[in-house]
Design a protein around this ligand. Structure first.
Ligand SMILES: Nc1ncnc2c1ncn2[C@@H]1O[C@H](COP(=O)(O)OP(=O)(O)O)[C@@H](O)[C@H]1O
Ligand SMILES: [Mg+2]
Length: 346
């Protein structure tokens, strides 16, 4: 399997319109999206985006419709050329690649999963899954072996000979995922890949992706407009509004310290017990250690469950990495953390 590679986005700007380059100075000097639109009839798609996406992790880009998510992800494989800025993938600047190098890069380093599945209707599930490998010129036996492997991993063994229109939406998206994985590219680009699915199927797909990721360790860029999905999937989350990043951090950073009122309004609906970790809610130990121990990186919900199961209201907390005692967690602290409204923003 290919080694994971990181993605570094630096000072990236995208202005849509014929005079984009000439308008860069105005935007750098602070012209807003609304002003640019009113005065110059150009659209500010991305405004000074800086993100470091570590190799082998899931980077979520979240934002409402029109915030610039698709524009951003399409810069990573240069389906869109930036007006200014750099996109470094494994240290190589995608923005300055020659057409040949770019074609090679797209084919071997990246795979995409689309919202609308984009399966070929007159090809079977197996043929659809093989498609990328066929384009790469991989021999047939190897293509089929790889496609069969990934179809099995997404739970579609036995469906190889079906056609897309014989499958439900959730199953079609599993084919989309198997097709992307069969490519064996280190980067997986997923633009609202689960957004068209029914809620329960969507949660199933998230589970499949998280389970697979333990094994495949790809650099996954996952776009969503759904905060629950973002919090569940993202090792790191960047929140976009009007083409700008307004907050970056872990799920817990965003829930505990929403950067502004806009993010806070999203965060208000979140199940905090599933996001906040034990080590963010624990207190220093005083007196003897409780008998039952929990790891500091568990969620408060898991800690609460452990309390119920063991008939106690206080747990010892152990540092998950070192195994050393880190503090204690009481039921009161859990309740305080999950019922708290954030006290304004940073
Ligand atoms: N080709 C284009 N020409 C002009 N404006 C565009 C183009 N593509 C996207 N935009 C605008 O850029 C902004 C971001 O769009 P998009 O990246 O598609 O948002 P999202 O994926 O978050 O819904 C929107 O204001 C959209 O209208
Ligand atoms: Mg989009």
């Amino acid at each position: 399997m290919a080694d994971p590679i990181g993605i570094e986005i630096r000072n990236l700007y995208k202005i849509f319109g014929p005079q984009a380059a000439q308008l860069m100075d105005a935007v750098r000097n602070g012209m807003t999206k609304a002003e640019l639109n009113e005065r110059h009839h150009h659209v500010l798609g991305l405004n000074d985006i800086n993100i470091s996406m570590p190799a082998g992790q899931i980077q979520v880009i979240m934002g409402l419709s029109g915030s610039g998510k698709s524009t951003l992800i399409r810069h990573i494989n240069r389906l869109i050329d930036p007006t200014a800025g750099e996109v470094l993938v494994g240290g190589q600047n995608v923005v300055t690649m020659s057409p040949d190098a770019l074609r090679d890069f797209r084919r071997h380093q990246t795979a995409m999963v689309f919202q609308k599945f984009a399966l070929l209707p007159n090809r079977t599930v197996l043929e659809n899954t093989c498609y990328g490998l066929e384009v790469q010129g991989i021999p047939q036996a190897k293509r089929i072996a790889s496609a069969m492997h990934w179809l099995e991993r997404v739970g579609l063994k036995g469906f190889e000979k079906k056609y897309p229109n014989q499958l439900s939406g959730g199953m079609q998206q599993r084919v989309g995922l198997a097709r992307a994985l069969a490519n064996d590219a280190p980067i997986l680009l997923m633009d609202e890949a689960f957004s068209a699915l029914d809620p329960l199927i969507r949660v199933d797909m998230q589970t499949i992706l998280l389970d697979l990721q333990k094994e495949i360790r790809k650099t996954i860029v996952f776009i969503t407009h759904d905060l629950d999905e973002a919090l569940r999937l993202g090792d790191s989350i960047a929140i976009l509004r009007d083409g700008e990043i307004i907050q970056q951090g872990s799920s817990q950073d965003i829930v505990l310290r929403p950067a502004d009122a806009y993010i806070e309004s999203f965060v208000r609906e979140v199940n905090r017990g599933r996001v906040i970790r034990v080590d963010a809610a624990m207190e220093a130990t005083t007196g003897p250690l409780p008998e039952v121990t929990v790891d500091g990186d568990c969620t408060l919900e898991d800690a609460g469950r452990l309390m119920v199961q063991s008939g106690t209201t206080r747990l010892a907390v152990r540092d998950a990495a070192t195994g050393r005692p880190a503090g204690t967690l009481s039921m009161e602290r859990i309740l305080a953390a999950i019922t708290q409204r954030s006290a304004g923003h940073a």
